[in-house]
Design a protein around this ligand. Structure first.
Ligand SMILES: [Zn+2]
Length: 113
């Protein structure tokens, strides 16, 4: 997973900040690429039963994840018993196909057993 790290305040962002640092206001020229480990611990979890897109189908689980050495993100977690404190790792999952036939890929997380 590729994020940004601010060279001024060391804030790590994922996804990368395209315009600049949200914490200290440094411009995008002060951001450097930062490789994040696609692994973390679930801080909070919720099950989504209704939403405004066809994909992913409901119900699905969204978690707040403390990434190892990085920021806190929200992501879909599938597979295993998702609860606060479990360790999860990122996987790329094929998502919907666009009208041109391109299959999109989505970052999701799985419980590490
Ligand atoms: Zn900063």
């Amino acid at each position: 997973m590729l994020g940004h790290r601010c060279t001024q305040c060391r804030r790590v962002a994922f996804p990368p900040d395209p315009y600049g640092c949200e914490k200290c206001g440094a411009p995008h020229t002060d951001l450097e690429e930062f490789v994040l480990e696609a692994k973390g611990t679930v801080r909070a979890v919720a099950t989504v039963h209704r939403h405004h897109h066809a994909s992913p189908p409901t119900p699905f689980t969204v978690a707040v994840i403390d990434l190892v050495g990085g920021p806190v993100i929200k992501a879909i977690v599938a597979g295993g018993e998702v609860r606060v404190g479990v360790v999860v790792e990122g996987v790329l999952v094929e998502d919907v196909e666009d009208p041109e036939g391109t299959v999109m890929v989505d970052l999701q997380f799985r419980v590490v057993t």
